[in-house]
Design a protein around this ligand. Structure first.
Ligand code: IPE
Ligand code: IPE
Ligand code: MG
Length: 253
């Protein structure tokens, strides 16, 4: 992939999260099955992982399967699980070669045990890799993540390990599925929808959002660069005034 120098001269988002949407509509528009769309979606996934790694992105979180997606037709669910399995089988060598670390967030108990084992094996095999970290949100729901965190937190409070009076945002965040993953800088949604669909609710408090009409199977390195360029043109103010933010950047206060 050719990366323009103008892109590199500005900060590259450290963590990009992607809602990979539009496989079904992409297929329908071509008169082929939704499953064919998902297959094409897997190709897009592979190319975006490569491009993000080339760009120097440190963390990439991909929304691969939501808790709500379990309610899709059985055959579609099975085909998505099959594709995930295929990804883990086909890509693990390249992932190792590129030094990419795999992780996952979500409720694994609902995954077929065969898939769960493959995911666990891949996580184990790549655990010492130190280039980009690729996080799969799998059987994932943002509200469930907050509920699961609360449950663990309350258990620790019961055990006296934590004082309820001293719980702050940092304490709470330590109970999320993977507290080592930083908040995303950029959230990309393909497939034209303007909604969050229960993704990373806690973590996207100050994330820059980019939505594109491109369907996921058509998304690749050049579309990723468009999103990064758009991100680079923004001013992240975090509640401050523009003057404050620009002042800080020049060393002032
Ligand atoms: C995204 O594409 C893939 C998953 C949700 C797993 P969709 O299957 O949601 O595609 P559309 O939104 O129906 O086009
Ligand atoms: C979000 O897409 C979930 C994933 C991309 C895995 P959906 O297609 O499930 O979202 P909705 O139903 O349009 O909100
Ligand atoms: Mg969809």
């Amino acid at each position: 992939m050719m990366i323009e120098s103008s892109l590199i001269n500005e900060p590259i988002p450290r963590h990009i999260a992607i809602i990979m949407d539009g496989n079904g509509r992409w297929a329908q528009a071509r008169g082929i099955s939704r499953n064919e769309g998902h297959k094409k979606g897997l190709d897009a996934l592979r190319s975006v992982v490569r491009s993000a790694n080339d760009l120097g992105v440190r963390w990439l979180t991909l929304y691969a399967f939501s808790l709500e997606n379990w309610s899709r037709p059985k055959l579609e669910v099975a085909s998505l699980m099959g594709l995930l399995e295929r990804y883990l089988e086909l890509e693990i060598e390249e992932v190792m070669e590129k030094g990419i670390q795999l992780r996952s967030i979500g409720r694994p108990d609902r995954l077929p045990s065969r898939i769960r084992k493959k995911v666990d094996d891949a996580i184990e095999r790549t655990r010492n890799n130190s280039n980009m970290t690729l996080v799969f949100a799998l059987s994932y729901g943002g509200r469930s993540e907050i509920v699961d965190a609360t449950r663990k937190l309350l258990r620790d409070a019961e055990l006296g390990k934590i004082d309820p009076e001293r719980i702050d945002e940092k304490t709470f965040a330590a109970y999320l599925y993977d507290p080592e993953v930083p908040d995303p800088d950029l959230l990309i949604r393909t497939g034209a929808e303007l909604r969050v669909s229960n993704f990373l609710l806690w973590q996207i408090a100050y994330t820059e959002i980019y939505s594109t009409g491109v369907m996921w199977p058509d998304f690749g390195g050049s579309e990723l660069m468009d999103a990064v360029r758009d991100y680079q043109s923004r001013e992240r103010r975090f509640g401050l005034t523009g003057e404050q933010v620009r002042g800080t950047r020049n060393g002032g206060g």
